[in-house]
Design a protein around this ligand. Structure first.
Ligand code: ADP
Ligand code: MG
Length: 709
């Protein structure tokens, strides 16, 4: 048992949090409904949010530079005696002031000034200004400088670097800064305070949270600006390490909670299904498949449930690995549910698994939302009576009416298409007392390590890093739309001479389904009119499932040569004879998405091509991205590059990244601190569970919007 710590207790932390939550933004001077709305727009809902709203830039407004010493491209404060002032009444009112100090003369230009603007300056008197220096034909100029009031110069700007914050309409730097200063005062007066229970683990950083925040909002003139602006100051690092450690602590807690659950026991297999299954396969497993299958088998030996993510590039053979996992469960007399994101994919899996499992006398069922009530009822009955050992379906698998006899493993295919809630809903179907089903989630979206951490938290990760042999390399070519007709001619010839099959994908600007149907049909008409004697068809999400399956079957049997579609086909579809993938307006898609689409070809013996068309004019960044996809077929590399070029949200979708709302840390920017934070967290978790709990709770409160204004 861990002793209850004498210095910090749950009660203390609750009191501190309460003192913070009892303080409202409106308690600050100058905050009314209007300001609250503006702050909310910045994601600031309470005092903690305000204090953690850190500057992105710092300026030195405490020092006067003489005109002679002004540096180009640098913002500086000057003090000049006004010599001349005038407003020119052009369309945009421009006011100019000419002034001097002991080293030179300078002109100041102000744009869009109001009528009495220049009245505040008297000729012959001294004033201070802050701004950018430019050289013009008339000499030195200061363009639209900020007027520095004497009281600020000897007040808020004195002896420190002045912070700049990202703003929103109606809220200016000075106002926001004044609010932050008030919040810092509350800290200084101990009206509110942060629990200081982490400092002891990082003695070398020497600031507590309060000191760190003070430095970051009001650094003294001697603090290094570059470090401050790059979130590399020790005051930053100190906060980041604590927050990341708290994050790891919450993962450890989740993992530990899982350890207290029991798994379905897989002792005494009734039959050895695995070897019969493998014997029937026309190929042998790749090394990577074997490795991952073994990891799963080892998970099953634990007496707590498996929670494993299998990542593997498109076509790496994840389905087979999941089949092996399913067999282990089934041979112990339990059931397996495999959930796919689309009915099309569910049907395809059903087809495959039936072929694989029927010879082994395993009953495979398909459960889709569209099934007629009678059919549904009979499947539900069979599930309940354990007549079906493997059920495949969509979200229909976790509807209220579904009851399993003994659901011991859930498999989620293409997991990035599901939210955590849907996964949990299916999991619940198999929870019985403290016994929780095993979970296997699979994704073809290669996810960089740091991202995986944020998105999947407590899942163990396996990677299938090898493709089955015999795949033909895919050549990727990037084309401008202007070459479209030429391209069509070439493709036509390849269809006629080599009997190739083609996926032709159109991309949309927005995600509406009507638009989607329209654009697919328009593209279909367009290509059909150019290649009249070639069999072309299309598929989109507004068609009935029956129709979709009918079209896919025809394509599979080579009765259709060109299949026009949206990105629907990105998920799971497998037609080995299709060897050309054309993507229109590919610059609109994420790289990982293109990579997935490209993975639909190169599955047979024919040389395969991925033809990426783009609409001119194309931006530099789009060009770079297309070059990445052209030159690489490594899904992980592509994902890393996409991450660099577009940021995490775009890759995973907000469903996946939205649940982490870090205050200061950023998993991507601070990736180099992850290991350190992980070590600290492990240590705290082992040595001082009570404090671990307090730190975790504290940060989850800071991060949540529980403490509302
Ligand atoms: P994904 O990982 O994209 O889900 P699939 O599981 O659909 O990939 O597998 C793609 C294709 O590769 C399927 O046709 C499958 O039968 C085949 N396949 C899987 N494993 C192997 C293997 N070890 N050797 C040869 N072909 C394999
Ligand atoms: Mg798959």
């Amino acid at each position: 048992m861990v002793e209850f710590s004498k210095t910090t207790s749950i009660k203390d932390i609750e009191m501190t949090i309460n003192s913070i939550s009892s303080f409202h933004l409106t308690d600050l001077n100058g905050v009314g409904d209007q300001t609250v709305k503006q702050l909310n727009r910045l994601g600031i809902f309470n005092i903690v949010d305000l204090l953690f709203y850190l500057p992105y830039k710092y300026t030195n407004k405490s020092h006067i530079t003489t005109i002679q010493n002004l540096e180009l491209g640098n913002k500086q404060v000057i003090e000049i005696t006004v010599e001349h002032k005038e407003t020119q009444n052009f369309r945009r009112k421009i006011s100019t002031i000419t002034g001097y100090d002991e080293t030179g003369v300078i002109t100041l230009k102000f744009f869009n000034t109001y009528g009495s603007f220049l009245k505040q300056f008297e000729v012959g008197k001294k004033y201070k200004f802050y701004g950018d220096i430019k050289h013009s034909s008339k000499g030195m100029e200061l363009i639209h400088p900020e007027i520095i009031k004497e009281k600020d110069f000897i007040g808020i700007y004195k002896e420190k670097l002045f912070p700049a914050y990202h703003l929103t309409e109606g809220l200016n730097q000075k106002k926001l800064y004044q609010l932050i200063i008030q919040a810092l005062d509350l800290l200084r007066l101990k009206t509110i305070c942060f629990e200081d229970n982490f400092q002891k683990y990082i003695p070398s950083y020497c600031y507590n949270i309060e000191q760190a925040l003070n430095i970051l909002h009001c650094p003294s003139i001697s603090e290094p600006i570059v470090k401050l602006e790059n979130f590399q100051h020790n005051a930053h690092l100190r906060l980041i390490i604590e927050e990341l450690s708290a994050f790891y602590l919450s993962i450890l807690k989740l993992k530990n909670k899982n350890l207290t659950h029991q798994s379905y026991q897989l002792k005494n297999p009734l039959r050895d299904l695995e070897s019969s299954f493998l014997k029937n396969l026309p190929f042998s497993l790749t090394n990577a498949q074997e490795k991952v299958a073994l990891e799963i088998k080892n998970d099953f030996k634990n007496n707590f449930p498996m929670k494993r993510l299998v990542q593997g590039d498109v076509g790496s053979g994840k389905t087979l690995v999941s089949a092996l996992a399913a067999l282990h469960i089934i041979q112990s007399g339990h059931q397996v549910a495999l959930m796919a994101p689309t009915e099309l994919l569910a049907e395809q899996h059903f087809h495959n698994f039936k072929e694989w499992f029927s010879p082994l006398n395993i009953q495979v069922g398909l459960l889709l939302g569209k099934h007629a009530p009678k059919k549904k009822k009979s499947i539900l009955n069979e599930l309940f009576n354990n007549k079906i050992q493997l059920v495949i379906g969509t979200h229909a698998l976790f509807q209220e009416s579904v009851n399993y006899s003994s659901l011991a493993l859930i498999i989620i295919d293409e997991q990035h298409r599901f939210g955590v809630a849907q996964r949990d809903a299916l999991l619940k179907k198999g929870i019985s007392g403290n016994i929780v089903p095993h979970q296997l989630v699979m994704t073809a979206t290669p996810i960089p390590r740091t991202l995986a951490l944020s998105a999947f938290k407590e899942l163990d990760v396996s990677v299938i890093d090898e493709l089955p042999p015999g795949r033909t390399p895919i050549e990727t070519v990037v084309f401008s739309n202007t070459k479209r007709l030429e391209l069509i001619k070439k493709i036509r010839k390849m269809i006629e001479v080599e009997s190739v099959q083609v996926y032709w994908v159109c991309t949309l600007i927005d995600d509406s389904e009507t638009l989607e149907a329209e654009s697919v049909e328009a593209l279909f008409r367009n290509i059909s009119s150019i290649m009249q004697d070639i069999s072309i068809d299309f598929i989109h999400s507004q068609m009935s499932s029956e129709k979709k399956i009918e079209v896919m079957n025809k394509f599979n049997q080579n009765e259709i040569k060109i299949l026009v579609s949206t990105t629907v086909i990105e998920v799971g579809v497998n037609v080995p004879n299709a060897s050309i993938m054309v993507i229109e307006n590919s610059e609109r898609l994420g790289l990982s998405q293109i990579h997935q689409l490209r993975g639909r070809v190169g599955r047979g013996t024919k040389k395969s091509y991925c033809l990426l068309m783009y609409q001119e004019p194309i931006s530099e960044i789009s060009k770079k991205r297309l070059e990445v996809i052209r030159s690489s077929t490594d899904g992980f590399f592509i994902a890393e590059e996409d991450l660099k070029l577009r940021g995490p949200g775009e890759i995973l979708g907000y469903k996946q990244t939205g649940d982490i709302n870090m205050k200061v840390a950023c998993l991507f920017r601070d990736a180099n601190l992850l290991v350190k934070a992980q070590e600290i967290a492990k240590n705290i978790y082992q040595e001082d569970k009570e404090n671990a709990h307090i730190i975790m709770e504290k940060w989850s409160k800071y991060q949540s919007s529980d403490i509302k204004n």
